[in-house]
Design a binder for this molecule. Structure first.
Ligand code: HSE
Length: 438
């Protein structure tokens, strides 16, 4: 059941509160974490602080090694988070990543009445409800715009516009690293070189497995599902497929078919109580808005009863993430968001889409069945194809691609299993993301 709580009293303004404690005092930020994003944030505050009528300063940064070099602005380093909170900062910026100690420290800051800004998608995905409720109870802002598509501020807009946020379907590219890698592979670059580039540019997570395997994208999708349907799903429930089994030839084939393979998140939010969602590399035709993106770019397409909207831009990188964090700081210090209703999310089950079209690759070391034998076997399972390509030779194997016409996934799975058994080939199956106007 959805619980809507509408506070009748206005929340205290942190700026007014700070004013009461001494109008001439600087606005102080406690920074939790000083990795690539935290360091970029410290540089930004030192070089381009927001104009809030008072000096904005980072009064301390939480690090594990205090003997490391101090960041821009001569920010004092500490390994003691409680000392930072005891200093009563006007806002806490959390960029530690991971669940602990981030969760405990965010909850503690909120309990002390300190607004929190975070870029931590793992934290929001796993504990978003708990943190949002804690923020609402403490009547202090919790801002997390930088946690999803960091360089495109849109979550906050929808927070303030519940009618516009009544979304029935969403599709997006929300992981810059995997998009960057697939875009590079389209031009013939080796997977490992593209990954190394993404890490050097600061797009990839410390452990790039989360990017490659789709976990980072699934955490962001968990946040988007909560944002747009107030449904509570766990990241582990979302069907996830990574990009590491793709070949450059798959990307070339997608181009031949008039589209591209993109690292997609998708959710159908239209059904009550049950959602269909997935994270997977998917075929998108050139007509889909997501096909217009390349490199590290992110995009989110949203469909509501009245309109389709498409937001795109940079989704990762220390500089853009720091910019969004600092805008969130300014909003947390100047806007009274917590006077709006807080809406508890509803537990929902999530499953993979049951029907659709699929791009299938058949791979075998020696000889694949002919196109007509393949079509015959599939049709015996009531699976029909719009296209079956010629066999092409890849290093160490032969490949053939086919597009399965709309069918039930379980029927396709059975047909492909018999193909694997009968023909001794391996199959790789990618969903086709239908065009918005299809
Ligand atoms: N590793 C993430 C990405 C960083 O590649 O999109 C931003 O969340």
């Amino acid at each position: 059941m959805t619980t809507v709580v509408d506070p009748l009293v206005a929340a205290p303004s942190p700026v007014r509160d700070a004013h009461d404690r001494g109008a001439s005092r600087d606005l102080s930020i406690a920074l939790l974490g000083l990795g690539q994003v935290g360091s970029a944030f410290a540089r930004l505050v030192a070089t381009a602080p927001p104009e809030l009528g008072r000096t904005v300063k980072i009064t301390g940064a939480l690090v594990s090694n205090t003997s490391r070099e101090a960041p821009a602005g001569g920010v004092p380093l500490t390994a003691d988070p409680r000392a930072l909170l005891d200093g009563r900062p006007d806002v806490v910026v959390e960029v530690l990543g991971g669940l602990e100690p981030a969760r405990t420290l965010v909850l503690e800051a909120l309990a002390r009445g300190i607004p929190v800004v975070t870029a931590n998608k793992s934290l929001l995905a796993a504990h978003g409800d708990e943190l949002l409720e804690a923020a609402w109870r403490a009547r202090v802002p919790l801002r997390y715009e930088a946690s999803v598509v960091a360089g495109v501020p849109f979550l906050g807009t929808f927070d303030r516009r519940p009618l516009a946020a009544a979304v029935t379907e969403l599709a997006g590219i929300v992981n810059g690293t995997s998009h960057f890698i697939l875009s590079k592979m389209e031009t013939g670059c080796e997977y490992s070189d593209a990954l190394a580039d993404a890490q050097r540019l600061g797009y990839a997570e410390r452990d790039p497995f989360n990017d490659i395997a789709g976990i980072d994208a699934a955490e962001k999708l968990t946040i988007l599902i909560r944002q747009f349907s107030h449904s509570r799903v766990t990241t582990a429930e979302i069907p996830i497929e990574g990009i590491d089994h793709l070949l450059p030839a798959d990307l070339a084939q997608a181009r031949e078919l008039g589209g591209a393979i993109k690292p997609v998140v998708h959710a159908d939010l239209g059904q009550s109580g049950a959602l269909s969602a997935f994270v997977a590399p998917a075929f998108v035709s050139a007509r889909h808005p997501l096909a217009s993106l390349s490199g590290v770019a992110n995009g989110v397409w949203l469909k509501s009863a009245h309109a389709s909207l498409f937001y795109s831009g940079p989704g990762a990188g220390p500089a853009v993430t720091a910019t969004t964090l600092l805008d969130d700081v300014a909003e947390a210090l100047t806007r009274n968001h917590e006077a709006r209703p807080w809406c508890e999310s509803v537990a929902a089950t999530v499953s993979a889409p049951a029907e659709g079209r699929w791009l299938v690759r058949l791979t075998a070391a020696h000889g694949l069945p002919s196109a007509s034998d393949t079509a015959d076997l599939l049709s015996s399972h009531d699976i029909w194809t719009s296209r079956i390509t010629e066999t092409t030779s890849q290093p160490g194997s032969d490949c053939r691609w086919l597009v399965a016409l709309p069918c039930a996934k379980h029927r396709l799975a059975r047909a492909l299993e018999s193909l694997e058994r009968a023909a001794g080939c391996e199959v790789t199956c990618l969903p086709v993301l239908e065009d918005p106007d299809a």
